[in-house]
Design a protein around this ligand. Structure first.
Ligand SMILES: [Zn+2]
Ligand SMILES: [Zn+2]
Length: 409
């Protein structure tokens, strides 16, 4: 695990950032809301006692609040990693406003720039300017970047997004404070109990959970896919942020709807998108190719191996074995990619031919055509299986070599 803060860059960048005027409504909101939550929640609990209903209310509103940001603002509007039913889009826009993280338009514009300019001066929440700057201080000063001119057209053409943007304080206050108050009234916590738990307390927790992505997920964790930026992967952060903590993967494969790609990685945002897809509410879920993901991961592993070999007094056989295994791994990966591509192309051609000629063909010709394709499919799958075994064997040897190198260091 490495932590890096480019200090010299930070010193260069700080004076420029400080010249911009302060945004007092953000400063007051982000100071007073937590203050009210911290002071009045204990007082409220002393008078009313803590009930499971209150805990559930906080948990539900907190989850909705965060998921609107992660599934909606982030993976849908900012990265367009999937398509969604208009009703869900509307929910993202209007319920998402209650998370008090700004309009869809402002949030996504900033976030796209974060990916484009990561860690540089033009990154709106650049980690290079310090942990707390990336966490939320960036919100306290005007942005030097002419944001309005950079508003993406795919967002500005939506009337709902523009309505949310133009009437943001009203929409956010209604969804973020008034509705929790009304629910509180209906559930027996009282209007102000609802406003306190589902509004002030929930907003404080939810905001800082999201902010961790810009600060902590650019500070602590591993970098399995790239070390060209400060983004990290961390299970703890993923757990705290509904799956967004696999941030190193996300920065390298930002068009992928997943952040945690393994079945065991905690990514409730991915599971929600998949659940929506199974219900027909989401579609066109984008995934990076498995080979591309492996390529990025393997390049980082190779880099570490070479660094370790360069540092230590290793036997020359280590370097030779590493080079030979790299060739085998790359060859099998290339073969697998071609076999997969050929198989997909054959499948597509068969489908097209079938659709075009099916009605003109006799039953026997149809069956013969089907049998021929099934046979070709079987033999291609067998080839893929053989090459997969070769690849797995080479990669397993590579992993044990890495262990040997580490032990010998
Ligand atoms: Zn980031
Ligand atoms: Zn992103």
């Amino acid at each position: 695990m490495q932590t890096q803060t480019p200090k010299s860059e930070s010193q260069d960048l700080a004076p420029k950032a400080q010249k911009m005027p302060l945004i007092w409504h953000n400063i007051l909101f982000m100071t007073l809301v937590p203050l009210v939550a911290v002071i009045f929640t204990p007082l409220y609990l002393m008078n009313h006692g803590l009930t499971w209903g209150m805990v559930a209310f906080l948990a539900i509103t907190y989850t909705i609040s965060n998921m609107m940001i992660t599934t909606g603002y982030h993976r849908y509007f900012s990265h367009r990693t999937y398509s969604v039913h208009p009703v869900i889009e509307w929910l993202y826009i209007f319920v998402g406003a209650g998370s008090f993280q700004g309009s869809v338009l402002a949030w996504s514009t900033d976030h796209r720039r974060h990916h484009l300019e990561v860690d540089s001066h033009d990154d709106p929440y650049s980690r290079s300017k310090g942990f707390w700057y990336a966490h939320f201080w960036w919100l306290f000063r005007e942005d030097a970047h002419p944001k309005a001119k950079a508003f993406p057209k795919d967002l500005t053409k939506s009337k709902a997004i523009m309505f949310q943007h133009n009437y943001y304080p009203l929409v956010a206050t209604f969804v973020g404070f008034v509705i929790p108050g009304l629910i509180g009234l209906a559930c027996g916590f009282g209007f102000w109990g609802g406003v306190l738990i589902g509004g002030f307390l929930r907003i404080t927790l939810s905001q800082h959970s999201t902010f961790l992505i810009n600060s902590a997920a650019h500070t602590w964790g591993t970098r399995p896919y790239t070390d060209t930026n400060t983004a990290r992967d961390s299970f703890i952060l993923a757990f705290l942020t509904f799956g967004e903590g696999y941030h190193n993967f996300h920065h390298f494969f930002q068009a992928d709807y997943r952040n945690g790609i393994r079945w065991y990685q905690w990514d409730p945002t991915k599971w929600t998108i998949e659940a929506m897809a199974s219900l027909g509410l989401a579609s066109k879920l984008k995934k990076a190719r498995r080979e591309e993901i492996f390529k990025a991961r393997f390049a980082m592993e190779e880099k570490h191996v070479l660094e370790q070999l360069a540092r230590g007094q290793h036997a020359p056989s280590f370097a030779e074995r590493a080079a030979a295994l790299k060739v085998r791994i790359n060859e099998t990966q290339t073969k697998l990619r071609h076999l997969h591509d050929d198989y997909l192309l054959a499948k597509k051609n068969f489908k097209a031919e079938w659709a075009e000629k099916r009605k003109q063909m006799s039953h026997d010709v149809r069956e013969a055509m089907r049998a021929q394709f099934a046979k070709a499919k079987q033999s291609r799958k067998a080839e893929i299986r053989v090459v997969s075994i070769e690849f797995k064997s080479a990669y397993s040897q590579w992993r044990s070599l890495r262990k040997d190198i580490r032990r010998a260091a």
